[in-house]
Design a protein. Structure first.
Length: 308
């Protein structure tokens, strides 16, 4: 076994990731520089279906518990990634990026996130293996993140800082040229990509400990994260017109973070079955998504962009 799975599993998974990235980059990019709503939902559903098939493969070859751990990790990472999309939406709106420019920026953001998450998971598992007390630091950090998610009014500060940072580093001449041409300068695009990576770094500080609270298997933690990230770009375009309506979702995410924090902090005394964890995550997500959609029309504009 190599880091939670045999070398064949690692090689096969990365071949699948490369194939998905090539399809997204070469095939879908050529068909449409800006994905239609139908294409975005189709690709999101396809990646989710692949994740489901991957979970069934794990169930068949590794057992029921690893499959449930992968599924729980995938749902947690996917739900927290939706929270990440609020930041991207506000950033893109403030900078008036076209859908094509959003697609390019998110593509590079996804590639960077894959590398970043791999490093974070390796470091997290290594720390938890060598120093058992680290889990209490991770758990406390998740509780703090949950409390901050309960305070949406405080959440507006970080996106505005990011946007101000971007504007401050665009020279007046470059900004004028971009307004004339309607396209971002290469240097401005690089700044947007850097902002996306910084945002993902901040969110990874919460999402990686949350996944490690479910499973300590590096292979399961890594693959569940990568599957969620692979569907992030298409999910952004699929949900971009609905994000403003999901104004209550951050409360559900706060409950999920608090739940996995307690799971990590109390693991020595209380063992919560992974099946219960999965059921709790699904129930909370479904309840707060439905509450957001059916609770009435939200105020105009991107009013919610959580900070953790």
């Amino acid at each position: 076994m190599l880091a939670g799975a045999s070398p064949g599993y690692w090689i096969g998974f990365h071949l699948l990731v490369i194939a998905l990235l090539l399809i997204d980059l070469v095939v879908l990019q050529r068909r449409s520089s800006a994905p239609s709503l139908k294409m975005a939902w189709g690709w999101t559903a396809f990646v989710a279906a692949l994740a489901g098939c991957f979970a069934l493969m794990i169930w068949h070859n590794m057992g029921r518990r690893p499959a449930l751990e992968f599924t729980s990790g995938y749902l947690i990472e996917g739900s927290l990634s939706v929270d990440n999309l609020f930041v991207f939406l506000l950033m893109f709106r403030a900078l008036c990026l076209s859908r094509e420019e959003q697609r390019r920026a998110l593509l590079w953001g996804v590639l960077g996130a894959i590398v970043m998450r791999a490093l974070f998971i390796v470091m997290g598992v290594s720390l938890l293996t060598r120093f058992e007390w680290v889990q209490y630091i991770f758990g406390a950090g998740l509780l703090i993140a949950a409390v901050r998610l309960m305070r949406p009014s405080h959440a507006k500060t970080r996106p505005s800082r990011l946007v101000r940072w971007l504007h401050a580093r665009r020279s007046p001449a470059v900004a004028a040229e971009e307004q004339t041409t309607g396209h971002l300068n290469i240097s401005s695009l690089l700044l947007v990509i850097v902002a996306i990576e910084v945002t993902d770094l901040i969110f990874a500080l919460d999402s990686i400990p949350a996944v490690l609270a479910i499973t300590r298997n590096p292979f399961l933690a890594y693959t569940s994260n990568i599957f969620a990230i692979l569907g992030l770009r298409s999910l952004f375009f699929a949900l971009s017109h609905l994000l403003d309506k999901l104004r209550l979702l951050h409360y559900g995410l706060a409950i999920i973070l608090a739940f996995v924090a307690c799971k990590m902090l109390l693991a020595k005394w209380i063992l919560i079955p992974v099946g219960w964890s999965l059921a709790a995550v699904v129930s909370v997500l479904a309840a707060f998504t439905a509450a957001s959609i059916f609770s009435g029309r939200p105020p105009a504009g991107p009013h919610h962009t959580p900070q953790r």
